[in-house]
Design a protein around this ligand. Structure first.
Ligand code: ATP
Length: 242
C-alpha cells in the first residue's frame, strides 16, 4: 500500500572510542520512512549523519536501538540486505576499470540476482539513466556525474525498497547535480523510500518530503519540508545548519 512503512529506527545510539576518547556520535535517533517518501537528513559535518546511515545499512552496529527494513533487522538477518540499496562514501561502490554494464552485472550476481535478470535490469537502468551509450566505457573514464548515476544504478540492481544516499550531489557540477536530483525524484515516484544525507538546505528543499535535522548526534527537529522552510524564513537556526 501507498503508506507502507519501509524503514523504522528506534532509539539508535552509537558511541565511538572508550575512556577519555569516548564520543557519542549518535544518540536516540528514531525515524520512520514510508514507500515513495524522501527523507533528508540535514546537518553540519560531524553531526552523525553518516554514522546513522551506516547503522541503517547494517555496516555499523548500534550500541542501542533497532533498525527495521521492510520488517527485517539488518543486524540480525542478512536477508534484510536485499531491501537496501546504498551509495555511501562518494561513489566508490564501483569497480573503476570495469564498464557500467560489467559493474551492474557483477553487483547484481553478488546480490543474488540471476545473471540474465541482472543483465537485462542493468541495461534497463542504463537506458533510464541515459547511459546506454556509455555502457562499454570503463567507469574511470566517465565524468563524475555519470559515475554517480552508475553508482545509483548499481544500488538499484537488486530492486531494493530502500535507497540510502550519502551526500548524493556533493562534488558534482550544477548540471550533474540537477540530473541526479531528477533521478532521485523519479526513483521515489516508482515507490521506493529514499533516505539521503546532506548539509545543503537547497538539496533537502528540492528533493525531500520531510526533513530531519541532526545536530551533535541528536535529531532536533523533524517535519515536512514545507513547514520547515516556512520556519526558516523567520528563525535563527538556518545559521547553525549551514
Ligand atoms: P560528515 O558530513 O562530515 O560525514 P556526519 O554528520 O556524517 O558528518 P559522522 O561521519 O557520522 O558525521 O561522524 C559523527 C562524529 O563521529 C564525528 O565527530 C566523527 O569524527 C566521529 N566518528 C565517525 N566515525 C568514527 C570512528 N570510526 N571512530 C571514531 N569516531 C568516529
Amino acid at each position: 500500500t501507498a503508506d507502507a512503512v519501509v524503514l523504522a529506527t528506534q532509539g539508535l545510539s552509537k558511541t565511538y572510542g572508550r575512556g577519555k576518547q569516548r564520543f557519542e556520535a549518535v544518540r536516540q535517533v528514531s525515524l520512520t520512512l514510508h514507500r515513495g517518501e524522501v527523507l533528508a537528513f540535514l546537518g553540519p559535518n560531524g553531526a552523525g549523519k553518516t554514522t546513522t546511515i551506516k547503522m541503517i545499512a547494517g555496516l555499523v552496529r548500534p550500541d542501542r536501538g533497532q533498525v527495521t527494513i521492510a520488517g527485517e533487522d539488518p543486524h540480525r538477518h542478512a536477508r534484510a540486505l536485499r531491501n537496501i540499496g546504498a551509495v555511501l562514501e562518494g561513489n566508490r561502490n564501483l569497480y573503476w576499470r570495469l564498464t557500467p554494464e560489467e559493474n551492474l552485472e557483477y553487483f547484481g550476481v553478488l546480490r543474488q540476482v540471476p545473471r540474465k535478470v541482472a543483465h537485462r535490469r542493468g541495461l534497463e537502468l542504463l537506458d533510464r539513466f541515459e547511459l546506454l551509450d556509455k555502457r562499454n566505457t570503463p567507469v574511470q573514464k566517465l565524468s563524475r556525474g555519470m559515475q554517480q548515476k552508475v553508482a545509483i544504478a548499481v544500488a538499484l540492481i537488486h530492486n531494493p525498497q530502500l535507497l540510502l544516499l550519502d551526500e548524493p550531489t556533493l562534488g558534482l557540477d550544477v548540471e550533474a547535480g540537477e540530473t541526479v536530483k531528477a533521478l532521485v525524484r523519479q526513483i521515489a515516484a516508482e515507490g521506493r523510500a529514499i533516505l539521503l544525507t546532506t548539509h545543503q538546505l537547497d538539496v533537502a528543499e528540492e528533493l525531500s518530503d520531510r526533513v530531519a535535522i541532526i545536530r551533535r548526534g541528536q535529531i532536533i527537529a523533524e517535519q515536512s519540508t514545507e513547514s520547515l522552510l516556512q520556519e526558516f524564513s523567520n528563525s535563527t537556526y538556518q545559521i547553525e545548519v549551514e
